[in-house]
Ligand binder design. Structure first.
Ligand SMILES: [Zn+2]
Length: 442
């Protein structure tokens, strides 16, 4: 009894002391503060930061891959508002990040191959991008060319571009590929993590050992149309075949360097050199698990820890792959990986510059596709930090501009020029070839 009264008195004194000292303490939850604002701002050189902002604001800034399109499609998320957790892209943040051109990803889950509807899913996602542009005509510009991106910059708007993620979207038909081009799609990632009927994926079964004959025809038709060939997600063999087949520079819309982290989604040095010889560009992915070797073990532990909960989600929502993904993203966001410093991300840019050259690197963050992002590069609004870090490492203004967007514009321009030289018509001499649609298990 006595002890209780005593401890209560101590508690009261502590409370009064805390109340008195409180104004001296930093406001808000310190853990959240580190998360929300960039840790890069701590100890930042003020002069260099001003220089970074000047360059960044005047530069063309292009991001190769953003998956906010998924909640835009599933939840009618309006970019003008706050994104539903755990997603982070909004118009306000795109502007804060100085974004000139954003590729809205049309990501088609393998579920749509197994159950049918891959092309319809792609159309639904395209519709969500059109709706966003129509809702926000003063902020977004519908963009299908390098010239459109430069026009968006002049008008102070964000160029909204579209890229298909997963060749299964065309349901094995070159005519469907052309329809997507007509609707404004300007790149296609040949695979996602699943191997499709004509291309092996890095993380899928290696059954074709690269591209099949039809896969090579897909690449040639993309060249003819002026659609960028994207080798993110594909196997090394598929990447080699795409490089052998493509008549124009290719892109890796969201991939990093394997020499720094041995992950199949990253690109090995010999292929970085081949992409350089091809004139293409590797747009660096920010995802912690891809860039940071120290993230692998915590990621495995987290998967084991969350397995039972994820199994429950998958059992409960088994016919709704979109909800499963959203709930799992939310769950993972509640169990973040230990932080990765932004320097680890810059190391990947540095490495690709050293191996492939300054003309062959860009940014493809993978925001809202991957949940775990490095400190100071957590969402689109953080992009000026990249410019600051590059300047800190001694990159010139010219080189920084290349990385931020000029390299991509060069590649896009070359791809457009090839298509123009070849008649510049969508139908043109296009192949009518199609192979049977994917087998559907119903
Ligand atoms: Zn991806």
């Amino acid at each position: 009894m006595k002890e209780k009264i005593f401890s209560r008195r101590i508690a009261l004194v502590a409370l009064i002391l805390f109340a008195l000292l409180r104004p001296a303490l930093p406001q808000g939850n310190p853990a959240r503060t580190t998360h929300a604002s960039s840790p890069a701002s701590a100890g930042r050189d003020a002069r260099l930061w001003r220089e970074a902002l000047r360059i960044h604001r005047s530069a063309i800034v292009i991001d190769g891959h953003n998956d906010i399109t998924t909640p835009m499609t599933n939840d009618n998320y309006d970019l003008g508002g706050d994104p539903p957790a755990p997603y982070r892209t909004s118009l306000a943040r795109l502007k804060k990040g100085g974004m000139t051109g954003e590729f809205f990803s049309l990501y088609v889950r393998p579920w749509y191959v197994e159950h049918g509807g891959a092309a319809r899913r792609t159309l639904d996602m395209i519709d969500s991008v059109y709706r966003a542009i129509e809702r926000h005509p003063n902020d977004l510009l519908f963009a299908t060319s390098a010239a459109d991106i430069r026009r968006a910059k002049q008008q102070g708007k964000v160029a909204a571009l579209m890229g298909i993620e997963g060749g299964q979207a065309i349901e094995n038909s070159l005519a469907t590929l052309r329809e997507f081009y007509r609707l404004g799609v300007r790149y296609m990632t040949l695979t996602w993590n699943n191997t499709n009927d004509w291309a092996d994926a890095a993380r899928g079964e290696h059954i074709h050992h690269g591209l099949t004959d039809f896969g090579k025809e897909v690449v040639r038709e993309m060249n003819r149309l002026g659609m960028l060939v994207d080798v993110a997600h594909v196997s090394d063999e598929t990447m080699r075949d795409a490089l052998d087949t493509s008549k124009v520079p290719i892109i890796a819309s969201h991939s990093s360097a394997r020499a720094l982290n041995d992950h199949p989604r990253n690109i090995p040095d010999d292929l970085l050199r081949r992409i350089a010889r091809n004139g293409g560009i590797v747009m660096v992915n920010f995802y912690q698990v891809f860039i940071d070797p120290n993230a692998a073990q915590p990621n495995r532990e987290r998967s084991a820890q969350l397995k039972a909960q994820e199994d429950e989600i998958e059992a409960r929502l088994k016919n709704d792959p979109e909800r499963i993904a959203e709930e799992e993203d939310r769950l993972e966001a509640q169990h973040p990986l230990p932080p990765t410093p932004i320097s680890v991300l810059i190391d990947h840019i540095d490495h690709i510059v050293k191996v492939a050259g300054i003309d062959h690197v860009g940014l493809g963050a993978d925001f809202d596709g991957a949940v775990d992002m490095p400190e100071g590069a957590r969402d689109v609004s953080d992009l000026p930090n990249i410019t600051y870090e590059l300047l800190k490492r001694g990159y010139s203004e010219r080189d920084v501009r290349k990385i931020l967007g000029e390299n991509f514009l060069r590649v896009f321009g070359e791809v457009e020029a090839y298509a123009r030289r070849n008649g510049g018509r969508v139908s043109g001499q296009g192949s009518l070839r199609r192979i049977p649609p994917p087998m559907v298990n119903r």
